[in-house]
Design a protein around this ligand. Sequence first.
Ligand code: GLN
Length: 204
Amino acid sequence: MLALHGGVAEHVAALAAVGAEPSEVRAPDDLAGLHGLVLPGGETTTLRLLAPRGGLLPELRGMVAAGTPTFGTCAGLIALADVVDGRREPLVGGLRIAVRRNAYGRQTASFEAPVDLPSIEGDPMVGVFVRAPRVVSVGDGVEVLALLGGDPVAVRQGHIWATAFHPELTPDRRLHAAFVEDARAWALPLPTESGEPGGVRVRA
Ligand code: GLN
């Protein structure tokens, strides 16, 4: 759980509620042994100022590139996006999407809307959008989990999950549960050639 800034406590509560053991990351040492990363919402501008301190960014980039399950919400989605506002200068990057920050206009800067995620069982989720980014294009291997008004608002690329809305701000834990299940599966020991568990995951 990247804890430099933003909606940290809400994600910690949501993760704990689905049986994960969240810990807060403020420095590279805090990353040791994690089986997943959550990048919360907040302000990308602030995150851009804070994240380079202490050398966290290269570590985060390496973990995402190595396939560590990662979940970004709102500013977290922006941090993961490879292209932001037309520039290929990602904060963390690794997610093949292009986004435009604050692109829902003034009247609808913040709003709630039902978000239907066909891969998640049950009723649509309540999407809380707070000065949300608009996903303007998705690249190869990016699965669109939900659309709103024709725009992707939840995407998945392998073990990278990202939403333009804030699932941590509602009591609905289904997305956190799905992410944690993915992270648990990823953390299982890999089989060796003999079929026994005990393989070693190699970081890129
Ligand atoms: N508007 C913010 C940004 O561009 C994101 C808002 C959020 O995370 N709720 O960074």
